[in-house]
Write a protein that binds this ligand. Structure first.
Ligand code: CDP
Ligand code: MG
Length: 697
């Protein structure tokens, strides 16, 4: 059926890590079936999970050690069970709270609601969660709190010792997200001041040794610790034995030209030829997931096997109801196909998966400190990720994993492990947070993995030019502290501050709220033309930011109607969330003394405010450019206006972009036209050596 590859007709390629042999996930006698799940009582289900056998051991280690590192395969029950064990053992008594951090927002919401359900309590009471712009906790009632690592970092600004928490579980540590790394460095400091605090670091892979030696104190301190009978400061490591089944690995014979098409064909072949069992497909992001959902629906409708396939997307930003579908048991006689980002790699466990289709790619952040360009790139995953993905197929019975890359590629070219995010990120936000927490010597900070000094210097440079840091690299008052207070990228925060002077805080806050959504448009393959036409209704000559204002106005005038959104290809859920974010930002702004004021249609001041925050992203159209080539003013990189922008093909001489995406080229997303004279006005010291010159056309 597939023009690329037919699973089933292939000789099975067997691997044992690097060489031949089946990839073994340790098996157990435990028998469960996909339909068996859901019948057992909650307590029975809990007892079946591998961590259950380690309950006493885990509680003992937490009691006796300042830091416990728990390694266990995905789905063994670390995230959902350990916080409950701690609560049952009394760690939440006396008003204390047990925290569990996750790198991903969707995982936070999902595990919190699962734990609330298991405990039979209402979400937001005894069990709650907090993600940026959404706090579902109760100050008096919440005892177990799930939150993103980023939110916990923010909490340190008000409560530097995180004193309300008795135990902090840093989950998914193997992901090495930017915030996890920074958090671990700071928690190590807090431990010295709060010997009663317990840390649990949990991970799906054996990064444990590195983290263990990171938390290992010096010999002298250890001696002191023993004297006062405090917990052992040396970290304890516990490995939870998994219970996965064998997963047979298949590779493509030749590289596939289009992983999306190949993935769709593979799913159809599996459905055609293989026994029942759900399929999990790993793609990279909302756009290719939506495209795959559509392709698969069309293909299965046209083909013989339309019956029985339930096609479900899974990515962050998905509405609640759609998330729940992914977790609901598959009806008898049906087969679920979950098409996911790498959120299903280790953060979330789906029951009933027997087949995994691995595209070999994920969306990753890359930052180049030389060009100062950070972009989200679809990049090859590591071997460690490939193994995790394969493992998802062996949860309920022996499974199969179809890799859409060659065995040769896996063995010879795939890197063993991913690079920690801190070494491939722009550090502007991190530096400002550390500064706000009083960590002045950033270069000397105790990093789990050091970021490059170039990236650090770039960050300091940008913050200095934003007026957030002074020449001694200290936060300025009040600007620096205010920018640090706003939970957004410092450039947007600075724009909000600037809007106060320009009298357009209402507009700028609206723009900031809409920009913090992944996308407010509904895009689907085949409807691009209609979407483009609809966008023209809102398009503003000045650019996308102003277009956002028009959309917002229309939404409010429609009385926040979902019908209106639908008619205009606007994502209703995103708009509703944007309204909430907007309200929160207005409250924060007021707290910072910003006067809420509208410029009443004087859009020039809005553009000036944006320039005040984003001058570092200024670009100039190349003289005599016929294909819309721009160059960044700072580093002379070639960039182009993204086709989704209302300024695509309009190509004003000077623009400022909000972010860059890389595909075949560097594309600017969310672009606004500016007057070059505003740049020097906004950042004289930044542009003194690189004066923007007017161009002759
Ligand atoms: O953290 P770890 O990967 O070790 O496992 P977990 O997330 O605690 O998952 C334990 C069990 O809870 C699995 O069987 C999951 O399928 C289930 N679970 C669920 O049914 N719904 C959720 N939202 C989260 C977990
Ligand atoms: Mg987990």
């Amino acid at each position: 059926m597939s023009q690329f590859w037919k699973p089933g007709t292939e000789r099975p390629r067997l691997i044992d890590d690097e060489e031949g042999g089946v990839l073994f996930y340790s098996t157990s006698a435990l028998s469960s079936s996909s339909s068996g799940y859901g019948f057992a009582s909650v307590e029975k289900q809990r007892q079946r999970l591998p961590v259950y056998k380690y309950r006493t051991a885990i509680l003992y280690l937490v009691e006796t050690h300042a830091t416990a590192i728990i390694v266990g395969e995905t789905g063994s029950g670390k995230t959902t069970q350990i916080p409950q064990f701690l609560k049952e053992a009394g760690w939440a008594e006396g008003g204390r709270i047990i925290a569990c951090t996750q790198p991903r927002r969707l995982a936070v919401q999902s595990v919190a609601s699962r734990v609330a359900e298991e405990m039979g309590v209402k979400l937001g009471e005894e069990v709650g969660y907090t993600i940026r712009f959404e706090d579902v906790t109760n100050t008096d009632l919440t005892r177990i709190k799930f939150l993103t690592d980023g939110v916990l970092l923010r909490e340190m600004m008000d409560d530097p010792l995180l004193s309300k928490y008795s135990v902090i579980m840093v989950d998914e540590a193997h992901e090495r997200s930017l915030s996890t790394d920074i958090l671990l460095g700071l928690l190590k400091k807090i431990q010295r001041r709060r010997p009663e605090l317990r840390l649990i670091i949990s991970s799906a892979t054996i990064e444990a040794k590195k983290i263990s030696s990171f938390f290992s104190p010096s010999k002298r301190r250890q001696a002191l610790q023993t004297e006062d009978h405090g917990p052992n400061a040396e970290p304890a490591i516990l490995s939870v034995e998994g219970r996965g089944f064998n997963v047979e690995i298949f590779y493509v014979e030749d590289p596939v030209p289009d992983y999306l098409q190949a993935a769709v064909s593979t799913v159809l072949s599996i459905h055609d030829q293989e026994a029942m069992g759900d399929i999990l497909m790993f793609l990279t992001g909302q756009d290719d997931i939506d495209a795959a959902v559509q392709l698969l629906s069309e293909e299965s409708r046209n083909g013989r096997n339309q019956a029985g396939l339930i096609i479900l997307p899974l990515y962050s930003g998905l509405p609640r109801a759609d998330q729940d579908l992914v977790f609901s048991p598959t009806p008898r006689g049906k087969r679920k196909v979950v098409i996911s980002t790498n959120i299903a790699e280790t953060s979330l466990t789906l029951e009933g998966i027997v087949y995994v289709v691995d595209s070999g790619f994920s969306k990753q952040r890359f930052y180049n400190p030389i060009t100062d360009i950070e972009s989200l790139i679809v990049a090859p995953i590591s071997k460690a990720s490939a193994r995790q993905r394969a493992g998802r197929a062996g949860r309920v019975r022996p499974g199969k994993c179809y890799r859409l890359y060659t065995e040769q590629y896996f063995l010879k070219e795939m890197s063993a492990e991913g690079i920690p995010e801190i070494q491939r990120s722009n550090l502007v936000s991190s530096v400002i947070q550390l500064k706000a927490l009083g960590i002045d010597n950033i270069l000397g900070f105790d990093w789990l993995a050091s970021p490059s000094s170039e990236a650090m210097i770039r960050a300091l440079e940008v913050l200095y030019s934003l007026g957030v840091l002074d020449s001694d690299a200290k936060l300025t008052s009040p600007d620096g502290f205010q920018v640090a207070e706003i939970p957004l990228d410092p450039m947007i925060s600075k724009t909000i501050l600037a809007s106060n002077q320009y009298g357009c805080s209402e507009e700028v806050i609206t723009i900031a709220a809409l920009l913090s959504m992944q996308s407010i448009w509904i895009s689907a393959r085949g409807t691009e033309k209609e979407l483009d036409e609809v966008k023209l209704r809102f398009a503003a000559a000045e650019g996308d930011h102003v277009t956002f204002l028009n959309v917002y106005k229309g939404f409010i005038q429609s009385n926040k109607s979902s019908k209106w959104c639908h008619k205009n290809f606007i994502n209703y859920n995103a708009m509703k969330r944007a309204l909430e974010v907007r309200e929160q930002l207005r409250r924060i702004a007021q707290r910072l003394g910003i006067v809420l004021k509208s410029c009443e249609g004087d859009i020039q001041v809005v553009r000036k405010a944006i320039t005040a925050g984003f001058f570092a992203n200024a670009c100039r159209l190349e003289p005599y450019s016929y294909n819309g080539t721009y160059k960044t003013v700072r580093t002379s990189q070639e960039v182009y206006i993204h086709p989704s922008s209302v300024l695509f093909r309009v190509n004003p001489k000077w623009v400022i972009y909000n972010s860059l995406v890389s595909t075949d080229r560097q594309y600017m997303r969310n672009v606004i036209s500016i007057d070059p004279s505003w740049l020097r006005e906004a950042a004289p010291h930044f542009y003194q050596h690189q004066q923007p010159k007017p161009i002759a056309h």
